[in-house]
Every structure is written in C-alpha cells, then in structure tokens.
Design a binder for this molecule. Structure first.
Ligand code: AMP
Ligand code: FE
Ligand code: FE
Ligand code: ZN
Length: 281
C-alpha cells in the first residue's frame, strides 16, 4: 500500500515529519510521499529518519496556482532526487509573498475588530504560515465556532477578511517542477471539475496543453467511479496517474493515512512515467 499525498506540521498538517513516518510504518505503508504546501522542509527533516527505519519516502510538494480565475493545486514528485537549489529559492520566494500577504491579512482582521497578530499565526505555522493557521487562531480565540466557519466568514475569497496573495501562473508552476526533473500532477481535480461543471477529459486536456504531466485520480474527494474515470482519461491523454489521502493529521477529519488503500503499483507506474520523461543523461 502507498500514499502519495500527505502533509506535516511544516505546512498545515499537525504531525511532525518524523511522527508522520512513524504513522506510515504503523499503517504498514510500503511508501509515503510528503507533499507539504510550498515547502520541502518536512521531507528534508524526515528523509534520514525514514532511511533509518526503512520506509520508502518520496519527495513531493503541493503548489498553488491561478487558472481561469480558480485556485488550482499542483503536486510535484521528485522521484530521481530532491529538487535543487534553484527550486528551493523559488519556494523561498513563495514564502516571502505569503508572509507579506499575512501581514496585510492580520491588519485586515484587526480592522474588522479581531485581535489577531501575524506572530500568533506564525507560531502555529512554522515554515509555511497560511490561511489554515489563521483559521485555527480564529477558532482558538472564539471568534468563530470552527475551522470551516473561519473560512466562510473571514478567509475565503468571499470572506470579509480576504486578502489576495501573488500566486504563480500554472505555466510557471509546471515549469518549476519540470526544471527540477519532477512530475507535476493536478491535485484533487474533482473539486475543479465539479465547480466548473466541465468534462474531466476536457479539463485534463486543457491543462496538459499548459504543461501538466499527471493527474491525481485517487483522492478522498473523489467517488470510486470518478477515480476510475479520471484514471482512464489521464491514460488516454498519455498523462501519469497519482493518488493519496491528503492526510493533514489524525484529528483533522478526512480519511486516515493510507485510507485509500492504493496499490504499490501506483508508485511503480509513476516511477516509470518519470523515467520516460527524464531519460538518464
Ligand atoms: P494560503 O495558501 O495561505 O492562501 O492558504 C490556502 C490553504 O487554505 C489551502 O491549501 C487549503 O488547505 C486551505 N483552504 C482554502 N480555502 C479553504 C476553505 N474554504 N475551507 C477550508 N480550507 C481552505
Ligand atoms: Fe492543506
Ligand atoms: Fe490541496
Ligand atoms: Zn494537500
């Protein structure tokens, strides 16, 4: 069993990178990909430990991009080697852009009468502080009843406190991943396809034309029959296929780590797909 989509507390997950590796072993996963939002710090931290305890750990990342007025998430999988310095610098720039946004977001929330300082969110967010950490802060201060309400009332694009951040375009993100010899995969495409009311085949093809290389057919948001359809559509277009639980922590709902029961073969297929994209120099 493998799981190719999971977050640590280096982004918005709640387990430490080592804690996630321990859980993966308890769950008897053959391989795990850490795919934190905009950072590979969790992978860097977990990699030596995973080697020590004999868990196959894949270096991944989840990047946000703008497409057609929607926020799209793109996974990157680095199967040959973790990304180089250039890619790491690009992540650093994203972190800086988010930090600037967070300052403005805290100001905006204060102007709405909420006592929120950016340092308080950063204390929860460590490497990568984003809106999820602001959401937790608003819950803990009693301004909203729960995480969902924090987004609905304040943090969503329709929320009172929303402040946009500079987000790279899809082409930019695909290019960054390709430059680092990674495989890009459209994370949880079901959300977009449903919202747009589009045919998955057409959306996949449209993104492939922008440089997309694979599709996350298997995700907890997808019904089993949707996953099948996404898998077949991706294969028809010559795209790779990925899948994972999008695990954020044992207390955060969703499916458990490994909860999609994905076969080892999924990672083997991704590996040969990566080799077909980047033949050994
Ligand atoms: P940021 O990149 O800091 O703007 O935060 C984006 C993250 O917030 C996403 O990756 C999601 O994990 C989370 N998020 C965005 N919108 C919502 C929502 N409506 N409900 C719950 N979480 C959300
Ligand atoms: Fe997340
Ligand atoms: Fe996502
Ligand atoms: Zn995710």
């Amino acid at each position: 069993m493998v799981d190719l989509h999971a977050h640590t507390d280096r982004s918005d997950g709640t387990l430490s990178p080592r804690g996630l590796v321990d859980l993966a072993r308890q769950t008897n996963l053959a391989a795990l990909a850490i795919t934190d939002h905009d950072t590979i710090a969790g992978y860097d931290d977990a990699a030596p430990y995973a080697r020590e305890v004999g868990l196959e750990l894949v270096c991944g990342v989840e990047l946000g991009a703008r497409y057609d007025g929607s926020a799209i998430h793109v996974l990157g999988y680095f199967l040959e080697a973790p990304p180089d310095e250039l890619f790491r610098r690009r992540l650093e720039e994203l972190k800086q852009a988010r930090r600037e946004r967070n300052e403005r977001l805290a100001e905006r929330l204060r102007s709405l009468g909420l006592d929120v300082r950016v340092e308080e969110a950063e204390a929860l967010g460590r490497e990568q502080t984003g809106r999820p950490h602001f959401a937790r802060l608003l819950v803990s201060k009693g301004y909203v009843a729960n995480y969902r309400e924090a987004f609905e009332v304040y943090l969503d694009e329709q929320g009172k406190g929303f402040v946009p951040r500079r987000e790279p375009s899809l082409e930019t993100v695909f290019g960054w991943i390709r430059d680092a010899r990674g495989v890009s995969s459209w994370a949880h495409p079901g959300r977009f396809v449903r919202k747009a009311g589009s045919k998955p085949e057409e959306s996949f093809q449209a993104l492939a034309a922008h440089g997309l290389q694979a599709v996350e057919a298997y995700h907890r948001d997808h019904l089993p029959e949707e996953s099948k359809r996404f898998d077949l559509a991706a294969q028809k277009l010559g795209l790779g296929v990925t899948g994972g639980s999008d695990f954020h922590g044992p207390t955060l709902g969703g499916v458990p780590l490994g909860g999609l029961h994905l076969k080892d073969e999924l990672l083997e297929r991704l590996r040969s797909f990566s080799r077909s994209l980047y033949p050994a120099a």
